[in-house]
Design a protein around this ligand. Structure first.
Ligand code: NAG
Ligand code: NAG
Ligand code: NAG
Ligand code: NAG
Ligand code: NAG
Ligand code: NAG
Ligand code: NAG
Length: 347
């Protein structure tokens, strides 16, 4: 049910799986929590990273809606760093996954392991193409509250990593379902963590997003200590937008335009896009998140043309937050082109 979301391929597996087709299998490895390599943590990357701003982040001011964000976690054969921007035309945010409290994994680790000049060159190409490069944190691998991570220390470490490795910001893919369900401090943890992140990564210079599952935007009694409605009330002003996971919540959840946009099912009431906005969250911070293909999630997939229809419907009703997709390379330029359709034509 609510027990997993983003797949997480540990880098160890990625290294072993030198045959690319290995990963064409469903990468939604439900609840994989193996630690992967704890290795690398901050600082040790290429040995000689010039910490402070090798490039000035002032140029990266605010990115404004609509946001078209694609995650990149899966290992891609032959690559050495993020794809050429031309391969992801139509997106304006590329999220390297994942930065963990214990270090980096997968695409975040690959980014860290590039030499400084390669990173800088790629960053410039992305900037020229109008694509922000951010890192996504935690994923289903870590349960920060349940594990007792200190929110302030963790925020400081992660913010320093974002700066050291010259990114435009960070996405918080918090998936500590136990903490949310048990009400044992999840909201407080998220509030402290987000507050400290924003202290370190000022608004307008750095993007901070969160990626909650859609049901968390309700006062469902299952979430004993509240969930993201409370987070939004307390620190929503520090969060640029939400990459809402409208998937992995049940076979028929959020799979029609009605269910996705205007009336969610009785399983997760009041958590369709416009219902979340009615509960007080800024409509134009609610980015619709979907898997790229059925195999990219357990459920919640919509084909691109149907999803494009929903996106157009939402846009006609005044929404323009954008679309998030898990994940590259299944989610490519063609994928986003169809989903944007005539509502958000690619110029
Ligand atoms: C990662 O670190 C944690 C705690 O430091 C440890 O328990 C775990 O075994 C480590 N995992 C790996 C793969 O090294
Ligand atoms: C880190 O990775 C290197 C090789 O990549 C390995 O030699 C080393 O033992 C690892 N360290 C830890 C703490 O896992
Ligand atoms: C660090 O920055 C200095 C000055 O900007 C530069 O000369 C040096 O090559 C940089 N070192 C690395 C490892 O990038
Ligand atoms: C970085 O930004 C500061 C303040 O906005 C500016 O004074 C400085 O010249 C910039 N440095 C570079 C290398 O662009
Ligand atoms: C950044 O975006 C936020 C919300 O989207 C907005 O309130 C703020 O004014 C923007 N800041 C800058 C510097 O553009
Ligand atoms: C859904 O929201 C409506 C009003 O916005 C409220 O009356 C109703 O009780 C909510 N349903 C649930 C199950 O929370
Ligand atoms: C959810 O609960 C909080 C209090 O914890 C309240 O402020 C808020 O209005 C509620 N939202 C809805 C949509 O009922």
């Amino acid at each position: 049910m609510l027990s997993f979301t983003f797949s997480y391929i540990v880098s160890v597996l990625a290294v072993l799986a030198l045959v690319n087709s290995v990963f064409s299998a469903p990468i939604c490895s439900v609840g994989v929590r193996s630690g992967g390599s704890n290795n690398s943590t901050s600082g040790s990357g290429s040995g000689s990273t010039n910490s402070t701003s090798s490039s000035n982040s002032t140029s990266s001011s605010n990115s404004s809606a609509p946001h078209f964000l694609v995650y990149s976690d899966a290992w891609v054969s032959g690559e050495n760093g993020p794809p050429d921007p031309s391969e992801i035309a139509g997106y304006n945010v590329f999220a390297l996954s994942f930065l963990l409290a214990s270090g980096t994994a997968d695409q975040a680790q690959e980014w860290e392991s590039l030499d400084a000049s390669t990173r800088s060159s790629i960053k410039s190409q992305y900037e020229a193409a109008g694509i922000k490069l951010i890192v996504s944190a935690f994923g289903s691998t870590e349960a920060p509250t349940s594990s007792g991570y200190d929110p302030v220390d963790t925020a400081n470490t992660m913010a320093a990593w974002v700066k050291q490795y010259d990114l435009d910001g960070i996405d918080i893919d918090y998936e500590d379902f136990d903490a949310i369900n048990e009400g044992n401090g999840a909201v407080e943890w998220l509030v402290q963590f987000t507050t400290q992140l924003r202290n370190q990564l000022p608004e307008g210079q750095y993007i901070i997003t969160h990626a909650p599952v859609a049901p968390w935007f309700s006062n469902n009694s299952q979430f004993k200590g509240g969930a993201y409605l409370q987070v939004d009330q307390q620190v929503g002003s520090l969060i640029d937008w939400y990459n809402v996971q409208f998937y992995n919540q049940g076979t028929d959840e959020y799979t029609t335009c009605d269910g996705l946009l205007t009336q969610s099912s009785s399983t997760w009431p009041n958590t369709s896009l416009f219902e979340i906005a009615d509960a007080g969250v800024s409509l134009n911070k609610l980015v619709i998140g979907k898997p790229a293909a059925a195999a990219d999630a357990t459920n919640g997939f919509m084909d691109t043309s149907t999803l494009g229809t929903c996106v157009a419907e939402a846009q006609s009703k005044g929404w323009n937050a954008g679309v998030m997709v898990w994940e590259y390379p299944t989610a490519d330029a063609s994928w986003i082109s169809t989903v944007r359709g005539s509502a958000f034509p690619i110029s």
